[in-house]
Each structure stands twice: as C-alpha cells, then as structure tokens.
Design a protein around this ligand. Structure first.
Ligand code: ADP
Ligand code: MG
Length: 325
C-alpha cells in the first residue's frame, strides 16, 4: 500500500527535525565582582552559544561604564570631576542615575547612591572601615539632593565637595534587564540571567515556573525557601555577601545613608517584581528601611513582593506572599 511506502520517509523526517540542536545553553563568568550565569533555550547551536556570549559581553560593557574600581570608567571620571564642574554624561548613565534618584525619593533616602561618600572608605577584603574623622567629614556629603542634573539632561554636577556616587545597589539589576532585552529581541522565549543576587527569568523552564532559591543568611549551603517565577525578577540583598567582623560588629556593604555605617536590623531582603533594576534597588532600600517600614512600602507598590529575614532569623512576607507563610 502507498501508506506503507511513505512510512520510512516519515520516520526520516521525524528523526531529523529542523531544530535538531535545540537545547539549553549555559555560560558562567566572573564580572562586576560577582558570579554571572545565563541559561537559555535556543533552537540553533551556534546562535544559542553566541547569545550566551552576548549576555557576557553586555555585562562587561556595563561594568566598564559603571565600575568605581576602574579609574577610567565613565562613573569614575564623574566622581573625579563633578564636585568642581558640570561633567557631560552619556544618556545611558544619566538615565540610570535618574532612576536611582527616583528610588531615593520613593524610599525617603534609604536608597542613596551618595552613600559612597562614606562607602569609599570601606575595604571589606582588607577589613577596613572609615575612622571617626573620615566619617564625620563624609556624612554631610551623603544626600542625593547633592546630585544635580542640568535641565537639558546632558551634564551632572555635585553640589558638595565630598560627594562620591556608586551604582552598586542598582547596576547589576540594570545589567540583568539589558541582557534579558537582548535575549528577547533575539526571539528567546525561555531564559534565566543571574548576576550575584539579581536574577530575571523569561518564560518557563520545561513548562514549569523557574524556581529561584533564597539563601539562608547564616548557612552558605542552605536555602530558606524557593520562589516560583515566570517572566519576573528577584533580587536579594544580604549582610553576608561582603563583610568583615571586628569586636563583635559586622561591617557589611549596605550602608544606612543617615549614619554612614552598616545597616543593622535585618539579615536579608528579597524583592520580587517585573524588572531587575527595580528589584535590585528595592532590595537594598528595604534592607536599610527594616521590616516594618520596608513591608509598608512594598505593600503600597503594585506587583512588588518581599521576603525579609530579620536579625533573629525570623521571616516576614509581603501581603501578596501570604500563601508562603
Ligand atoms: P549585591 O548584589 O552586591 O549584594 P545589593 O543589591 O545588596 O548588592 O546592594 C549592595 C550594594 O549597594 C553595595 O555593595 C553598595 O555598592 C551599594 N549600596 C550600599 N548601601 C547603599 C544605599 N544605602 N543606597 C544605595 N546603594 C547602596
Ligand atoms: Mg540591590
């Protein structure tokens, strides 16, 4: 019968589908002082690998632009000159600084990129914190109102001589968003991009939501919970990422702008939302704000959720996460 003759051809077709190489591509790298990872599903091997590399290239580009560890970065050049004169700034950097200032207003100054006026004196690897004199001089310089963008939006100037800015609380989330945009534009439907504590996922993972763990702040190997995510971002800020201890005090990298010292009260804050720029900035902000006013802010924002672990290890959830309680 004709049908029987066709059958071998049919099998051949099924065995050699167009997307024979469709699979997951993963790449890891150390950029921005943290571990970067991308997982993506793509139909074509060469293109899948190229897209994973494009993510790493974008991370590197943003680090070269915004790192305060690189004296030649655009951000370092601003820090070196903006107290003396209005400095021309690229549209991209200016837009992110604008967003950072928006978060300062939203959080009543808990998020403040001028924290670096004092933050520049900490060296967590060497166990160094500012001395009393340095801190006293730095404190008046911590105030986001000192960052002035000209009305045309082309230059930036600091209104106080001691001001330094650092985008460490928002740049990784921004980089993750940029990478997700690159993947989306290339037609990727399923991916995860992770930069240290900042993660964003596209679509699902094997028809299931992606599962992102929240680390136990006092046990490197442990997770306190898993959060299912689909087309969403999650950022965690913790006091265990970069810190040293001296005389029973934990000096860590999230500073209260009002004191210039490490913010006490909570051990970790995870924020869930639509984009990683927002979740990154808010995880740092809520860490500084603490459980009560942090949850109040989160519950007032549409489509933002939070998991907070206080300094006793107790967990708190925003209203939308009541089911996890
Ligand atoms: P990470 O993912 O590096 O742990 P977080 O999102 O927890 O980053 O933010 C911590 C970083 O944010 C610090 O390393 C510092 O660069 C910056 N930062 C610290 N305190 C503040 C603050 N009050 N406002 C804005 N940024 C801050
Ligand atoms: Mg953050």
């Amino acid at each position: 019968m004709a049908g029987n003759k066709l059958l071998p051809w049919l099998w051949l077709l099924l065995l050699t589908p167009v997307n024979a190489t469709a699979e997951w591509y993963r790449q890891d790298a150390a950029i921005m002082g943290t571990a970067i990872a991308v997982d993506l599903w793509y139909e074509d091997e060469a293109r899948g690998r190229a897209l994973a590399q494009a993510v790493m290239d974008e991370m590197q580009r943003i680090d070269d632009l915004m790192s305060t560890y690189k004296p030649e970065s655009e951000l370092s050049r601003i820090n070196a000159r903006a107290a003396d004169e209005a400095v021309p700034v690229s549209a991209e950097l200016l837009a992110l600084i604008q967003r950072a200032l928006d978060f300062s207003r939203l959080t009543d100054g808990a998020f403040d990129i001028t924290y670096a006026s004092a933050g520049q004196y900490y060296d967590y690897r060497k166990g160094i914190q500012p001395n009393a004199e340095q801190l006293a001089l730095a404190l008046p310089a911590i105030d986001y109102h000192h960052v002035r963008i000209d009305p045309q939006g082309a230059t930036l100037r600091f209104l106080h001589p001691g001001v330094r800015i650092d985008l460490g609380g928002i740049a990784k989330g921004y980089a993750v968003d940029r990478c997700i945009a690159i993947l989306q534009a290339a037609g990727v439907k399923s991916a995860m991009v992770n930069a240290g504590g900042d993660t964003r996922v596209l679509g699902k993972h094997w028809k299931q939501p992606w599962m992102v763990g929240i680390r136990d702040p006092r046990n490197k190997e442990g997770l306190v919970t898993m959060i299912p995510l689909e087309d969403a971002a999650i950022s965690t800020s913790g006091d265990y990422e970069r810190y040293f201890e001296k005389g029973g005090v934990r000096f860590h990298h999230i500073l209260n702008p009002r004191t210039g010292t490490s913010s006490a009260g909570v051990r970790s804050v995870s924020i869930i939302g639509a984009d990683a720029t927002t979740t990154d900035a808010l995880s740092t902000s809520v860490f500084v704000m603490g459980v009560e006013s942090g949850l109040k802010l989160v519950d007032s924002l549409p489509d933002i959720e939070a998991v907070i672990i206080d300094n006793q290890g107790k967990m708190f959830y925003s209203k939308g996460l009541d089911r996890l309680r």
